[in-house]
Design a protein around this ligand. Structure first.
Ligand code: G6P
Length: 611
């Protein structure tokens, strides 16, 4: 995790870096720092949010047209001023910012200490900069050369930027496993963990590949591999718009993103489906159509909310395309020697496209000969680039740490995939396919209707904001939604919440139910409706408080529940796209009422680039 930004050019560096760090705060926000070349190589750093660093440097002389900054999510060493980045080398002549984890830092540190290097922090990053300094002194080489050689010594993940007192116009960056983008302006360069700090200055970017280093010196960009082979930079044009990364009048990014869903779902379907003309096509699938049609098995790997989208896909693909699906936590899959072959397709789902475990899982699957398909939101991200084929979700930048619009965009894309494969395999009849296509086209406007529930959900939130536990129940397609609802609540309001398949409740969670326990039941009209009616009765018999999400016009569950949230009717295959909306709003309002920092919940980060 952690966010990094650097600048060299003709403007003042510090305002660009501070603004960029604020955009990257979703990656970590426990401390922040900046290094500038004002007379000498100076570092300013502070525990806490970027705003605290900003206030601190407001009293300093920050005049410099080169610099680098960091916002941290602690891995090695608690969040404090010392452990904040940047870090000096022992001599103080060079400094580093680092995103990632150096796994062999302990052995390297021991060696470096024996050679006389001293350390002020507990971080692995300080080891990296001392290693660079050591190599430079021992080999009497240039700094870029020392960075390149150090890349051969470190094991783990990194995106780094190095600044040196002796070369005041030079930035050196390198990556392996953690993202790094180079922005190319007129007579100026930017480096950042993603494109959001860069977009208002230039839309020309180069995504650095693993084991590459970028040397920006006196207005020139030189990219080399760690084997010292010069690369021709592949310059891409960004399509992101500045408005999409700002709050646009909403109090929080999360609320803005919840309300963007009619649009982001539509954007995820755009060009891929037009019901009227029977158009259903996805470029990434077309290329690998035969593989999909003849697949033995589909394995979905993901983490967090993306894993929940994968669970929805399990229902969809098995039901519509009749291919067995397994949904795996990427972090477990990668370490358990899975059995895979060329007829398996592995789908990696990731909003950021940078989640370390998901990336490692797909690399493992690739090494075993499976076809790898990616579903990512961030264009040009590591996972998107590591896959054989894929489909972007087109949800636009998601900044709130709790994922909302990325989830519905993922489910939309997965629905299209299930429909395409089902129709190619002949397991989904044409009439049923047409019905689903027509229905899917109505989803954005039905989401719009579901969003009108906002005021009602504010009132329900008011009653339950002080609860200490929540249970979420759902069956079938709504079971993953129950998990997602519970995850949203615990992530941002710090209330303990569990999601359960409603029928499993009697094997444990039912023991928790008493008159204090709010139970959110997703009980829409579908094939398991009758069953879930019984589950609601079981909760009521134990005096639990039922907040039921039901289909408009239902009268049975409203007669039993304490609170009823009515959402529009749709096919059960598409229901997660609607039933998740009130749960997102419920967690949002409860978190706001509890005074929590909704967009930056404690201990979490949006992009988990460490395993
Ligand atoms: C973190 C985020 C979650 C996200 C998960 C997977 O935990 O806070 O919102 O669902 O990572 O991230 P990915 O980018 O791979 O979807």
């Amino acid at each position: 995790m952690c966010g990094i930004v650097a600048y060299v050019g003709h403007r003042e560096a510090s305002p660009i870096i501070i603004k960029g760090l604020k955009r990257l705060e979703y990656r970590g926000y426990d401390s922040a720092g900046i290094a500038l070349m004002n007379g000498k190589l100076n570092i300013y750093k502070k525990k806490g949010k970027v705003a605290e660093l900003e206030a601190f440097i407001a009293t300093q002389d920050t005049h410099s047209s080169i610099g680098m900054g960091h916002t941290r999510w602690a891995t090695h060493g608690e969040p404090n001023d010392e452990n904040a980045h940047p870090h000096y080398s022992t001599s103080g002549n060079i400094a580093i910012i680092h995103n990632g984890i150096i796994e062999n830092y302990a052995s390297l540190k021991k060696l470096l200490m024996e050679k006389g290097h001293t350390f002020k922090s507990e971080t692995d990053s300080e080891v990296f900069i001392n290693l660079i300094e050591d190599i430079r002194t021992n080999n009497n080489c240039t700094l870029p050369e020392a960075v390149r050689l150090a890349m051969h010594e470190v094991v783990g993940a990194y995106a780094i930027v190095v600044l040196s007192q002796d070369s005041p116009n030079q930035l050196i960056a390198a990556r392996k496993g953690s993202p790094l983008v180079v922005g190319i302006g007129e007579g100026e360069y930017f480096l950042a963990s993603d494109a959001t700090p860069i977009i208002e200055y230039t839309n020309e970017v180069v995504y650095l590949n693993d084991f590459e280093l970028a040397i920006i010196n006196n207005g020139q960009l030189d990219i080399r591999t760690k084997e010292d082979v010069q690369q021709t930079p592949y310059v891409q044009k960004l399509e992101m718009e500045l408005e999409s990364i700002e709050k646009g009048g909403y109090e929080h990014f999360m609320l803005k993103e919840i309300f963007e869903q009619p649009r982001s779902i539509l954007d995820s379907m755009r060009g891929r489906m037009i019901a009227e003309s029977d158009h259903l096509m996805m470029a990434g699938i077309r290329e690998f159509e035969n593989k999909f049609v003849n697949a033995n098995r589909i394995i979905i790997v993901a983490c967090g909310t993306s894993w929940h989208a994968g669970l929805v896909a399990e229902y969809l693909i098995e039901d519509l395309a009749r291919i067995p699906v397994e949904v795996e936590y990427a972090s477990e899959f990668r370490y358990r020697n899975p059995i895979l072959n060329e007829r398996d397709i592995v789908i990696a789902i990731s909003q950021s496209g940078e989640t370390a475990d998901t990336l490692a899982a797909l690399e493992l699957a690739k090494s075993k000969g499976a076809t790898i398909f990616g579903i990512c939101n961030v264009v040009g991200s590591s996972i998107a680039r590591a896959t054989d084929a894929g489909a972007y979700t087109h949800a636009g930048p998601e900044i709130g740490v709790a994922s909302t619009k990325a989830f519905t965009a993922q489910v939309t894309v997965l629905t299209l995939i299930a429909m395409i494969i089902g129709s190619k395999r002949g397991t989904l009849e044409t009439t049923k396919l047409r019905e689903l296509m027509v229905e899917l086209e109505t989803i954005p406007s039905k989401v719009e209707e579901a969003l009108q529930l906002n005021e009602q959900i504010v009132q329900i939130s008011e009653q339950y904001k002080d609860a200490t536990n929540f249970l979420y129940l759902g069956r079938g397609y709504n079971f993953p939604v129950a998990l997602e609802g519970a995850l949203k609540l615990k992530e941002i309001s710090y209330i303990h919440a569990e999601g359960y398949p409603a029928a499993e409740m009697k094997h444990g969670p039912i023991a928790l139910i008493d008159e204090q326990m709010p139970v959110v039941v997703i009980a829409t009209k579908d094939s398991s409706y009758e069953k879930i009616v019984s589950n609601v009765q079981e909760v009521k018999a134990r005096k639990g408080k039922v907040i039921a999400v039901v289909t408009e016009g239902d009268t049975t569950i409203p007669a039993m529940a304490d609170h009823v949230i009515e959402i529009p009717e749709t096919s059960e295959h598409l229901m997660p796209l609607l039933s998740v909306i009130p749960l997102q709003l419920l967690s949002y309002h409860i978190a706001v009422m509890r005074g929590c920092n909704v967009d930056q919940p404690r201990n979490l980060a949006k992009s988990v680039t460490v395993e």
